[in-house]
Design a protein around this ligand. Structure first.
Ligand code: FCB
Length: 442
């Protein structure tokens, strides 16, 4: 008998999350592939290349790993540019391949969650102006109808957009993702079209499948005011929190986009989320900074005492997950943790990161907050966007030259958690004794 344990309700979904472009390989017909070929775009000139070779069939061995390690769900995305390589062409073989993958999930006892858009656009769509084109919701809805019709036998949990808030910001305001624009108006315009596209997709999916549950996966960033006595810091924190975290879920609840200085009515978007998809990675301090005009005058940083990840990209701030879940409650729908994880090639921090975040999620569940799933990012190391292969988020390590996988200790910890449907004091003693006193005080 473990001396102490944090158990989860029966039926809790434990899985990992992946995205097509990051794992499939050879996704050469989308805007990200194009971006990767341009000099200076990706750290160290990395390219997605063959990625984890899922398109070549290695999804099978990776899903075996997931299932054998006790997971009961998996979140993956489909690649629009494969399914609709040209505006007037559907690739039925690509759809068949995704059906096979989803059947593969079912055969392994993994509940499927399918993301329809995870940052990548077909080249033809990007060339027509991408999400700045006011016809974009129409294009997206067509793609969604076709895809959901083809896959509905295997999935009822749909994510229209992964982190549309992050996408609009990084691609159109900060400019580090394609198409590299630095223009707030463009980013708000894109957001408006994506909200419209979500609303159209939400309705389309529900007409095709009565039992569907549809939402987005929001990039939630916990923001703490660096100097609570400073009105400017307080303003910067509030403003960034609203723009980054709140605009999307409020639009999907109330049908209004509340941009700074501008409101746009999108009545068709009201009441279009069946669950709150919550991606959480870290908490940031915020201070007002005039030089940060592109980031809404908010300088974001980790405090000097922070427990930093492998490349210093994230800080281990599990309390922020609890606060975020509490904040998400106001939207009155079940909450699905759709991503959480840390880049850590050496797997030094990951075990405690996992244990501490799952502990915070357990606290939430014990207040009867409706948290229903946890998808760890990620199953295997994969292509990390503008950070290329410099960041390793996998429970399994990937050797890019040989495609060999090697299990990290965290994979064993996570397997024990999934099989137990909870976290025990023995697991913490075995994998991350350094946080034992934090998790089991007294
Ligand atoms: C999230 C993205 C995902 C991955 C992780 C590390 O913001 O949704 O694709 O890059 O970060």
């Amino acid at each position: 008998m473990p001396s102490a344990s944090f158990h989860f309700p029966k039926g809790f979904l434990w899985g990992t999350a992946t995205a097509a472009h990051q794992v499939e390989g050879n996704n050469s017909n989308n805007q990200w592939w194009d971006w990767e070929q341009q000099e200076g775009r990706i750290l160290q000139g990395h390219k997605s290349g063959l990625a984890c070779d899922w398109w070549g069939g290695r999804w099978k061995e990776d899903l075996d790993r997931a299932a054998e390690s006790g997971q009961n769900a998996h979140r993956l995305s489909v690649e629009w540019s494969r399914i609709q390589p040209a505006p007037d062409r559907w690739d039925e073989d690509a759809l068949e391949r995704y059906r096979l993958m989803l059947r593969g999930l079912r055969e392994r006892g993994l509940t499927a969650m399918v993301t329809l858009h995870h940052f990548t656009n077909p080249l033809w769509f990007e060339e027509m102006g991408g999400w700045e084109n006011d016809e974009s919701p129409v294009f997206f809805e067509k793609f969604v109808r076709k895809t959901v019709e083809a896959l509905k036998e295997y999935c009822t949990l749909w994510v229209t957009f992964n982190e549309p808030n992050g996408y609009a910001g990084l691609s159109y305001a900060v400019g580090v993702w394609p198409p590299g624009k630095k223009d707030f108006n463009a980013s708000f315009h894109v957001t408006t079209n994506m909200v419209r596209a979500h609303a159209a997709a939400y309705r389309a999916i529900h007409t095709i499948q009565l039992e569907a549950r549809v939402g987005i996966a929001l990039y939630y960033r916990e923001l703490a005011c660096a100097h609570p006595t400073s009105p400017l810091d307080r303003w910067a924190t509030r403003n960034l929190h609203h723009t980054l975290n709140a605009i999307w879920p409020r639009a999907l609840k109330y049908g209004v986009l509340e941009f700074p200085l501008k409101r746009v009515r999108v009545p068709e978007a009201a009441q279009t989320q069946d669950y709150f998809g919550f991606n959480y990675y870290s908490r940031y301090q915020v201070a007002f900074d005039l030089r940060k005009a592109g980031e809404m005058f908010a300088r974001q940083f980790f405090p000097p005492e922070a427990d930093l990840s492998g490349t210093g990209f994230l800080a281990n701030e599990p309390d922020g997950m609890f606060s975020g879940l509490k904040w998400a409650l106001q939207f009155n729908v079940p909450i699905l943790v759709t991503e959480n994880g840390v880049e850590d090639a050496e797997d030094k921090m990951r075990p405690r990161y996992i244990a501490q975040h799952i502990h915070q999620m357990w606290r939430a569940v014990n207040f009867n907050w409706p948290v229903k799933s946890y998808f760890h990012w990620s199953l295997v190391d994969n292509f990390e966007w503008e950070r290329g292969w410099t960041q390793r988020f996998g429970l399994w390590e990937l050797d890019l030259d040989t495609q060999a996988r090697r299990k990290r200790p965290s994979a064993n910890l996570y397997a024990e958690i999934c099989k137990e449907n909870g976290l025990t004091s023995e697991m913490v003693t075995n994998y991350c004794p350094e946080v034992y006193d934090k998790l089991f005080p007294g």
